[in-house]
Write a protein that binds this ligand. Structure first.
Ligand SMILES: [Zn+2]
Length: 75
C-alpha cells in the first residue's frame, strides 16, 4: 500500500513533470507554447504550457527517441 504522495509512485509512471509544485503555476495567463491558448501552468523550464500539451510533447519526444533508437538498432 502506498499513498499518492510517495515518490515511488511517480517513479512507476512516465517521467512526467511534478505539476503539484507551485513552480508550475503562475497568476498570469500566457499563451501555451504548444497550442497558443492561455494557461496559468508552467512547464519545467517555466514556459507557459498546459499539462496535457506538455505531457503530449514529452510522450512524442519519447516516441521519436524510441523510433530513432530502434531504427539505429535495426540497421
Ligand atoms: Zn496547450
Amino acid at each position: 500500500m502506498s499513498g499518492p504522495d510517495e515518490p515511488e509512485d511517480d517513479a512507476l509512471v512516465l517521467p512526467l513533470l511534478d505539476w503539484r509544485s507551485r513552480d508550475h503555476w503562475s497568476w498570469t495567463e500566457k499563451p501555451c507554447r504548444y497550442c497558443d491558448k492561455p494557461t496559468q501552468m508552467r512547464d519545467s523550464k517555466h514556459k507557459p504550457a498546459h499539462k496535457l500539451c506538455a505531457e503530449r510533447a514529452l510522450a512524442q519526444q519519447a516516441a521519436d527517441a524510441a523510433d530513432a533508437y530502434q531504427i539505429g538498432q535495426d540497421r
